[in-house]
Design a protein around this ligand. Sequence first.
Ligand code: PMP
Length: 358
Amino acid sequence: MLKPRKPVCEMPEYHSPLCDPVLDLRLDMNESTVGCSPRVLEKLRTLDAKTLALYPSREQGESIVANFLGLNPSEVLLTNGADEAIDLLCRAYLDPEDEIILVTPAFTMYEVFASATGARIVPVAAEEDLAFPTARVVQAVTPRTRIIVITNPNNPTGLAAERTDILKVIESAPNTAVLLDEAYFDFCGKTLLDKLGKLPNLFIVRTFSKAYGLAGLRVGVLAGPEGQLSILRRLCPPFNLNVFALECLREALDDRQFIQDYVKQTIASREWLRSQLESLGLKCWPSETNFLLVQFGPLKKIVLQGMNKHGIALRDRPDCEGCIRISIGTKAEMERLVSTLQGILYQPQVSSAQGRGK
Ligand code: PMP
């Protein structure tokens, strides 16, 4: 019988949350609910048949992004979403039985791509308050460790690690690739981009899927040492980015005002939501991203189901007990979320179970 490779057969199944058309407010994927800059849409409308007939040139896009990041084009590889950057790193550095260190709870795709190579996942649990476990990550390094993933700020916790702690990990494992995932950089502003090329094992991943509102276009960035990237390019399909994505990059990056306004509004909505949830007696972790991790305890299932009934999708996080991850939308969307939540929590059977009155 025809069988895929053993590590592939043994991979855990990953199901993307279903796009249920009844759910009109999607707060489960950390997407922008506002969308992209109008300048990107305008650009898309100008594309003609000739442009679509030709294979896209990624190199031009890499110059634009490198210039924006203050890097050389040789230090930048554009990928089909940050997902592809993670996949490339796993395929480039992991042999069967090699080790990859993941701080848990973690973004799911690291495990998916690493498992496919036959590597061993070495989970290191976050501290009790979900902070980055610097000392235990350093201790977990063995001669077989080929990749350490640091997501900063982390998904699903929203917490950022200290720069000195990240540097400690990078410097403690010079023969290990450190995948520093800065997918939520725009909401937080903390980066190690200034260290790129100076630390020979540092790779930084970014995405246009969050603050830029372009998750549907699929654009990610893998920045790393020139010598390493020149090898990784051999693994990467030459036309991995489509022409729509490449044509829009300049407009997306040039509209700084749009990103600044969106980030400012998202942070304000996030902090408003956090204060509302806390006043309902719910624990939230302080977030530096466009989402909040919220502890609902035994109410989690009722809340997820109740929200779905009202057209709102939230993300269950079974890896954080009793927790739901909520993406941040506009103030009006957050108001709808809070009033729906109040309706659910103050149903007689729920409030009596919790000893809550109206
Ligand atoms: N890294 C992290 C931490 C993420 O949360 C996500 C998306 N949720 C990604 C990478 C993947 O992003 P992309 O859409 O660019 O593939």
